[in-house]
Design a protein around this ligand. Structure first.
Ligand code: NDP
Length: 298
């Protein structure tokens, strides 16, 4: 075992969920209000099904209402849009999440932009992306980058001047992650599939976030000694000890990186649990904002 601190995402997520649970209980008692999260699942992708079940279970455990809408894989776009519009009007629903990916006949952008920005707990609506980019208060921050920020800050509270490299430029992870790190005064670089010399870029990073979807892309000898490594990647690979089984692996070669880094998140048990905890917190925030309640008063 190396010298890096292994960041316990499960424990941090549990702490955040408990905080949310306490605030929800006080909201129910003092304001007679129960936050509600609606999740739309289209089709029968097994991984999406597992994520949705887990989100619904954790929503209920936090004391909130969970509404899961399952639609068949061949559903028409208009049907999904009608459902979204209905949820936008439903007072019991404070957060709406559309589980991705959607089948090909449905335009993801059209569906995501139909969600009321005030209920957009995933933070994918252009209004929320714009607020985040412009530094305007009240943005719903996407859950995975928001969780990553908390994991980073758990080991490095002061980020000013740190050189942060994000590998991956998706709208869901890479781009909002860059905005959050910039807001913390990091010097931010975004790498992607066309970056020249990715190992060289990685070697200069004080904070490295891998959000690619390629198992063990980032090797131990690419890492600056003492760096904070956040591994967002979730890759299903064959289990060496049992060829029939799959196991989860990150984008970083953990066994190598742990020898060099200052701190690193494991996969599983790092970013994944924090993502769901941040979704619950966003739902609580959306509920509070619908009645101009300050969540810090709860
Ligand atoms: P996308 O596929 O949308 O984006 C992948 C990014 O990686 C792209 O910007 C792509 O570059 C870049 N990339 C691909 N190959 C390379 C390479 N060889 N070198 C450098 N960059 C490369 O993925 P997502 O952002 O949606 O997800 C990334 C990973 O994170 C996945 O494994 C996903 O499962 C996981 N994930 C985990 C979550 C969690 O809660 N833990 C939540 C969301 C995602 P280009 O733009 O040039 O194509």
């Amino acid at each position: 075992m190396g010298t890096a601190t292994v960041i316990d995402g499960k424990a941090l997520a549990q702490k955040l969920r408990q905080e949310v649970q306490g605030q929800v209980a006080r909201l129910r008692r003092d304001e007679r209000m129960t936050p509600g999260l609606a999740v739309i699942l289209v089709g029968d992708d097994p991984a999406s099904g597992i994520y949705v079940r887990s989100k619904a279970q954790q929503t209920e455990e936090a004391g909130m209402r969970s509404f899961v809408h399952r639609l068949p894989a061949d559903v028409r776009e208009e049907v999904v849009l009608t459902l979204v519009r209905g949820l936008n009007r439903d007072d019991r629903v404070h957060g709406i999440l559309v589980q991705l990916p959607l089948p090909d006949q449905i335009r993801t952008d059209v569906v995501l932009q139909a969600v009321d920005p005030a209920k957009d707990v995933d933070g994918f609506h252009v209004v929320n992306i714009g607020r985040l980019a412009a530094g305007i208060e009240g943005a719903m921050v996407p859950c995975t980058p928001s969780g990553c920020m908390q994991l980073i800050k758990s080991v490095r509270p002061q980020l000013t001047g740190q050189r942060a490299l994000i590998v991956g430029r998706s709208n869901i992870v890479g781009k909002p992650m860059a905005l959050l790190l910039l807001a913390e005064n990091c010097t931010v670089i975004i790498a992607h599939s066309r970056t020249f010399d990715l190992p060289g870029e990685c070697r200069q990073a004080d904070i490295l976030i891998a959000a690619v979807g390629k198992p063990r892309l980032i090797r131990g000898n690419w890492i600056k000694p003492g760096a904070v490594i956040i591994d967002v990647g979730i890759n299903r690979v064959d289990d060496a000890s049992d060829g029939d089984k799959k196991r989860l692996q990150g984008d970083v070669a953990f066994d190598e990186a742990v020898e060099v880094a200052g701190a690193i998140t494991p996969v599983p048990g790092g970013v994944g649990p924090m993502t769901v905890a941040c979704l619950l917190r966003n739902t609580l925030l959306a509920a509070c904002r619908s009645r101009t309640i300050d969540p810090s008063d709860l």
